[in-house]
Design a protein around this ligand. Structure first.
Ligand SMILES: [Ca+2]
Length: 257
C-alpha cells in the first residue's frame, strides 16, 4: 500500500515536471560547472597528455571559493606536438548553430607574472570539417618589461585580430565573463566580455566556422615551445545558456559612478 502511494506521488511529480518544462521550453540551463570541490578533476572530461604529478592539481592555498581550485603549471616537457605545449583540462563543450548564444564565466589567478605568452582559454571547432580555433584569451609580458597584458583575439590564436587588451594584475582573483553570439558572418557574430564585473568589449566579429561543436580547454597552451615555467589557477568555471546563470559580479570599480 505504501509502495503504491509512493509510486503515485512519483508519477505526479514527473507529470508536473513535464508540464513545467513545456511551459518554459527555453529554460535556463547550466551546461558545465567546475568548482573543484570534488577535490580532483572529475568535473572535467580529461587532461592533456604528457602531464607529470604536480602539473595539474587541485590546490587548497589559492582558492576563489570553497576548499579547492585548479592549478595548472606548464613545463617544457608538456609536449602536445612539435609546436605546442599543453597543460589543460577538457572543459565546456557546446553544440552551436547560426545565431545561438553561449555564456561562460570563470575566475583566474596568477601568483607571479607570466614569463612567456600563455593561452589560458579558447574556443575550438571540432571536425567535421576540421579543427578550427576561432578565439583565444591569453596573458603575456609587456615588451618593455613593465608588467603583464591580458588579450583577446579571434582567429587561430588571435591571428585575425586582437579586440581587447588590458593590464593584468597578479596576486588577485579575476573574473572573466563572456557572451558569444555564434555566427560565421562577421556582421552577425558578437562577443561581449566582462572583466572583473565591468563590460569591456561588445563587438561584432566572426565567432565560428562551419563546425557545429565547439570545445574549450582551460589551463595553459603555448605555441611555440618555450622553457619557462608559469602557473595559472582556475576556479568556479560555469557555462550556461543565459547571462543570469554565469553570475557576473559587480565590483566597486565596475559600478556606474
Ligand atoms: Ca572551488
Amino acid at each position: 500500500m505504501q509502495q503504491t502511494a509512493w509510486r503515485g506521488g512519483l508519477g505526479l511529480v514527473i507529470l508536473l515536471s513535464c508540464a513545467l518544462l513545456q511551459l518554459n521550453p527555453a529554460a535556463a540551463e547550466i551546461l558545465f560547472k567546475a568548482d573543484f570541490e570534488t577535490g580532483d578533476f572529475r568535473q572535467f572530461s580529461g587532461k592533456s597528455k604528457n602531464i607529470k604529478p604536480g602539473h595539474i592539481e587541485v590546490d587548497t592555498d589559492v582558492v576563489h571559493s570553497g576548499k579547492y581550485a585548479g592549478r595548472f603549471t606548464i613545463h617544457e616537457d608538456n609536449v602536445f606536438n612539435a609546436r605546442q605545449l599543453r597543460v589543460q583540462a577538457n572543459g565546456p563543450k557546446v553544440t552551436v548553430k547560426e545565431g545561438s548564444d553561449t555564456f561562460v564565466s570563470f575566475y583566474m589567478y596568477m601568483n607571479e607574472a607570466p614569463k612567456d605568452r600563455d593561452n589560458f582559454f579558447y574556443w575550438e571547432g571540432s571536425p567535421p570539417p576540421r579543427y578550427n580555433n576561432v578565439m583565444t584569451w591569453w596573458v603575456e609580458p609587456k615588451k618593455d618589461g613593465s608588467g603583464t597584458l591580458i588579450k583577446y583575439g579571434t582567429g587561430n590564436l588571435g591571428r585575425k585580430g586582437v579586440h581587447w587588451e588590458a593590464d593584468f594584475s597578479v596576486g588577485q582573483w579575476h573574473q572573466l565573463g563572456m557572451h558569444i553570439h555564434w555566427s560565421e558572418d562577421p556582421t552577425q557574430g558578437n562577443v561581449k566580455l566582462w572583466w572583473d564585473g565591468a563590460l569591456v568589449l561588445d563587438k561584432k566579429v566572426q565567432t565560428k566556422g562551419p563546425q557545429t561543436v565547439y570545445f574549450s580547454q582551460p589551463g595553459i597552451h603555448r605555441d611555440p615551445h618555450s622553457a619557462s615555467v608559469d602557473t595559472i589557477y582556475f576556479d568556479d568555471i560555469l557555462c550556461a545558456t543565459t547571462l543570469e546563470e554565469i553570475e557576473i559580479q559587480k565590483t566597486d570599480s565596475a559600478k556606474p559612478k
